[in-house]
Design a binder for this molecule. Structure first.
Ligand SMILES: [Zn+2]
Length: 250
């Protein structure tokens, strides 16, 4: 979780009130999706939004235990992610199983992002902001953000990109309406997560292997509540999550 001091008090964030019919959350490692969007997943799914979660790496490097191996941690993290997604309220979970730390925003990964968008047809996609400068940003996070933005525009939209996708039933070009990026230096929008923050914390607690990591123990709940409350200061709700929002033209 980033602890960068983002000057929310000096930034007027647009309040996102519309709940989409379908949303997609794309993230590098198991637990990133709950950290970046768990409150929104819970709040929106409770209002009928169909949410898909795309886990891009297997989380094979995610352990501080020197006796742990990548082969042993991968199935643990996969089952933790499945439980966490269910708790948060997501309907679909996909695992792309790239190696942790080995993501490349290349043609293969781009094609996978385009396929997921054409398959699930979300109006809103949530993902990592690849353009953060005020702090370190995991390379895998940058790769995910870059591939998702490229996939939305123009690759998923235009039928002559990855035309082989259209040979499959139900797969058509698709235009995403907007993207919400977490971890941004320059957030411009906020979602009310008051009805989602407790589910977000419960979902994060499913990542039990990450003791000592980002979703570590009971303290994660206090930290998340405090941060969500700070973000929502001066807004007409108690907890919120801020994003960099880009809306597709035309
Ligand atoms: Zn991560």
């Amino acid at each position: 979780m980033t602890t960068n001091a983002i000057p929310y008090e000096r930034t007027q964030l647009e309040i996102i009130e519309d709940v989409p019919e379908r949303a997609m959350v794309v993230f590098a490692h198991p637990d990133d999706g709950e950290l970046g969007a768990g409150g929104v997943i819970a709040a929106w799914s409770a209002q009928g939004c169909e949410i898909s979660m795309i886990t891009c790496t297997s989380g094979s490097s995610g352990s501080n235990d020197r006796s742990m191996t990548s082969d042993a941690i991968v199935p643990v993290r996969r089952s933790e992610q499945m439980r966490a997604s269910e708790v948060a309220g997501a309907k679909h979970v996909e695992f792309l199983d790239h190696p942790d730390g080995g993501l490349e925003a290349d043609r293969v990964f781009l094609g996978e992002m385009v396929w997921m968008i054409r398959k699930y047809r979300p109006e809103v996609v949530l993902c990592h902001d690849p353009h953060r400068f005020n702090g370190f940003n995991h390379r895998d996070h940058r790769m995910v953000g870059t591939a998702v933005l490229d996939a939305i525009y123009p690759y998923a939209r235009d039928h002559l990109h990855f035309p082989e996708h259209m040979e499959h039933d139900g797969i058509e070009p698709y235009k995403v309406r907007e993207v919400l990026m977490w971890g941004s230096d320059t957030p411009n929008a906020i979602v009310d997560t008051t009805n989602g923050v407790e589910k977000q914390i419960e979902a994060l607690h499913q990542h039990e292997s990450q003791v000592g990591g980002l979703s570590d123990g009971p303290a994660v709940g206090d930290r998340l509540r405090e941060r969500a409350k700070t973000v929502a200061t001066n807004y007409p709700f108690e907890y919120g999550q801020a994003y960099r929002r880009l809306i597709a033209r035309g």
